[in-house]
Design a protein around this ligand. Sequence first.
Ligand code: NAD
Length: 462
Amino acid sequence: MSKYDVIVIGGGPGGYVASIRCSQMGLHTACVEGRDTLGGTCLNVGCIPSKALLHASHQLHEAEHNFEKMGLIAKPPSIDWAKMQNYKTETIDANTKGIEFLFKKNKIDHLKGWASISSPGKVQINKTTYEAKNIIIASGSEPSTIPSVKIDEKIIVSSTGALSLSKIPKTMTVIGAGVIGLELGSVYARLGTKVTIIEYLDYITPGMDAEVQKTFQRILKKQGISFIMGAAVQSASKSRSLGKVKYKLKKDDSLHELDADIILVATGRKPNTNGLGLDKLNMELTERGQIKTDSRWRTNIPNIYAIGDVVEGPMLAHKAEDEGMAVAEQIAGKNGHVNYQVIPSVIYTAPEVASVGLTEQQAKENDRSVKVGKFMFMGNGRAKANFAVDGFVKIIADKDSDRILGAHIVGPAAGDLIHELCIAMEFGASAQDVALTCHAHPTYSEAIREAALACGSGAIHA
Ligand code: NAD
């Protein structure tokens, strides 16, 4: 029987990062993964493959809409779907192999199979039991559907099936205008699919700043995506080649139907605790089925920790990674820490949407006096040159201290730009600190400085 300092269950962004950090801390570490490849949902069927398709479809959009304006005269490209799928697969392979390499480099044992915890300190994989002083559960999440909708991954698909459709559908109904629905909906809309998104709420992307929600929805509509808002999907069924969604409009309780080649169910994800043996251990769960932990990621069972999508908090790969590093440091006797106030969230569409910290509405709900500095990308020289003028940067700062409390961006490279404001928030910076920092011209980043200036004496190019 092998004995480890730490066994990590799950090789996704939370688990593989925790494993690497444990090993860097001198702990003898193994990571168990049931999939054939490391990287979890994110690398295999989530963030990475969807970004490959987003990139390809964005390039197509540029060629179709902007090449001619720049004097690039070429035939509009046609789509070789099989080749695009290969590109996606190669992107996945390059990333998952990268993790394998890192495991070898860090002398982490990669145990293959689905793990369960037979008793504290004992992990069972197939018929073999491994011993560990500490166990970290990083088993992630899986798509959750609505009760009357059964996913077959052919016509009624989750995000997983949507990444590997046999052909580009003519029509697609997306249930849910959250991150997944919008990211994948916009991929297929750019590839020529007629996409209709049905959303229960009256706004898209719940939790985002209200101004961002409105602007973002307007941009998506302009790109050809249709929305049915305030509509509760009741059921989804399929015939041989078509899916049918039945939904009820909240405003008058009227019932409607919509047919499409593909139905994408994007109504959220749920923690994955299947088969881990948590019942037998009497492990405490929350009402939503997440593993309960304290502020140091300890479960109610000594020496068993949990991180990532399987615990509370936003289901984001980078939140899981941060927890992975921090829990490893805790186990090694150091002070691992995650600042949950400064976790960026990004929607990878074109343009991107990114946000960190408080929204204007949350600040008001918390009775905080704030000022808002906003700058439209229309006033940014680089955005004009690149046909990327849709959107804005919005900074929320404390009215008295000027300290940055939140930032929200719709626009080009928003997912990269947001980090300047994350760092500012980590350092407790004021909007003026950002406004006084020289920003290179011409860059998209100047829009951040302008929004910071707008919190004080005013933006220059507005
Ligand atoms: P979500 O919770 O973000 O959105 C689901 C949407 O579906 C909500 O707007 C909800 O109102 C709607 N909905 C639910 N039931 C409905 C019904 N019966 N009829 C109509 N609408 C209904 O969920 P998601 O988009 O599936 O994403 C799941 C998780 O994965 C989220 O936590 C998300 O943060 C994470 N994720 C993040 C990224 C990223 O950061 N870029 C990418 C993918 C997934």
